[in-house]
Design a protein around this ligand. Structure first.
Ligand SMILES: Nc1ccn([C@@H]2O[C@H](COP(=O)(O)OP(=O)(O)OP(=O)(O)O)[C@@H](O)[C@H]2O)c(=O)n1
Length: 416
């Protein structure tokens, strides 16, 4: 764990303890810490009421933001890390299968843990008191098992997001889902309809980064069918298995690449593919960046494979943020072997660090062209022509050579 984050989390516990309150690290930070995975943030659960927590930190000069007072949560800024501190609470009367109508502050840590989703997410830790594990979370961590606390159907009924969280943790942690929880996921699958597209996208994004996503997609394709009725590829175990085989060797999959793979595998005409890409982007609520990436990958799906350094430069120039993605897609589509893909990716990295690929890196700029007598209106065209020539190895990236080249290009026009 990042040392500063750790120290910030420990300081929070100490300040709360010194003020007479109980306080524990809880949830993802404890789970991931025990698994030896990177810890991104620390959540604290405490016996202090939100106002008491605010008073405790503000009196020591710390910035506290009342981010979720209604739910008993405040965010303490500690050594530049936002640490969420929530009072021991239970959730009551869930409405719309998503949000508790009200919460109740409770006295004991155990009651607070009992409201949580999975046993592995209800582990608490304190530097002097050690681990607190009321629901067998440690055993489940050992068994690599995702298990609801208490009655799984009730847990999922309370908050439908937990259905996707179960799949996400299974994919990301490489855990299986315990049988009663597994059965409840199918029983409660219709609840998935209440989730917002943003929530779904966020969970799916985290899912596909995980190693186990192909199994999760395959076993739970009926759930994906509820989420994405218009995306047949995501519901077909055969298509998922194919994608799994294709991406077996890729260290980290991005959603646009995976989506593009499914689309391209269908072997539909480009226009249909592009249309589907638009629809998928909307349904999966992809960010603008991912949406653009997906469209560009689809548009370039049949681009010829690079044969030499110039082709690679052109690829980087035309798909600046996507050249590596594109190579990995070609590997998944079996047009490149893993070895070749690795070599191209290494070559791309080398070219990006040494070659001229952007106007900024060009050895001439607009002022040089004006000084050489180039009309202002033609500067942009001339610079782009020069860059293109450098990329194509027609001229070295040197000022004199470039000015001569630009003048030569301009000549025929000026003679007209
Ligand atoms: N629908 C939810 C969401 C969260 N929690 C509880 O709140 C904790 C913190 O939630 P969150 O920060 O969303 O997830 P993490 O478990 O910390 O995992 P990650 O940060 O990797 O998403 C969880 O561990 C769990 O105990 C829950 O019971 N039900």
């Amino acid at each position: 764990m990042n040392e500063v984050l750790r120290s910030a989390g420990l300081t929070c516990l100490k300040l709360l303890n010194d003020a007479g309150y109980e306080a524990w690290w809880v949830g993802g930070c404890v789970r991931d810490g025990l698994l030896g995975r990177p810890v991104q943030d620390i959540d604290i659960t405490t016996s202090a009421l939100p106002e008491q927590t605010m008073e405790c930190f503000q009196s020591q000069g710390h910035n506290v933001i009342p981010t979720g007072i209604k739910h008993g949560t405040v965010t303490v800024m500690m050594q530049n890390f936002p640490i969420e501190v929530t009072v021991y609470r239970t959730d009551r009367d869930y409405q719309d299968h998503r949000h508790p109508r009200s919460i109740q502050f409770v006295r004991s840590l155990k009651e607070d843990c009992a409201r949580r989703d999975f046993t592995v997410n209800a582990l608490c830790w304190h530097p002097e008191l050690g681990l607190q594990d009321y629901f067998g979370g440690q055993q489940d961590l050992k068994m690599k098992s995702i298990r609801c606390i208490g009655n799984p159907c009730q847990r999922l009924d309370e908050d439908a997001l937990r259905i996707l969280r179960a799949l996400r943790f299974s994919a990301a942690l490489d855990f299986t889902i315990e049988s009663e929880t597994h059965a409840a996921l199918f029983q409660k699958k219709e609840l998935l309809r209440v989730l917002s597209a943003e929530r779904i996208a966020r969970e799916i994004e985290k899912m596909v980064i995980g190693r186990r996503w192909p199994e999760v997609f395959t076993v739970y394709h009926e759930l994906l069918a509820v989420l994405f009725p218009q995306l047949p590829a995501l519901q077909s175990p055969a298509a998922i298995q194919k994608a799994f085989g294709a991406f077996r060797l890729c260290p980290r999959i991005t959603l646009p690449r995976l989506a593009c793979f499914f689309l391209v595998s269908q072997q539909t005409p480009l226009a249909v593919c592009l249309d589907q890409a638009q629809r998928w982007s909307r349904q999966l609520k992809l960010s603008n960046h991912d949406r653009k990436s997906l469209t560009q990958l689809v548009q370039n799906q049949n681009r010829p494979l690079p044969k030499n350094r110039i082709d690679l430069r052109r690829l980087i120039y035309e798909l600046p943020d996507l050249s590596t993605e594109w190579i990995q897609l070609q590997q998944a589509l079996r047009r490149l072997s893993a070895k070749q893909a690795g070599q191209w990716i290494a070559a791309i990295e080398e070219i990006q660090s040494s070659d001229c690929l952007t106007l900024k890196q060009l050895a001439v700029n607009g002022y040089d062209l004006i000084a050489a007598g180039c009309p202002k209106t033609e500067i942009s065209v001339c610079l782009n022509q020069a860059l293109s020539a450098v990329i194509e190895d027609q001229v070295p990236n040197q000022k004199e050579a470039l000015l001569t080249y630009i003048q030569q290009q301009a000549k025929p026009e000026s003679q007209d």
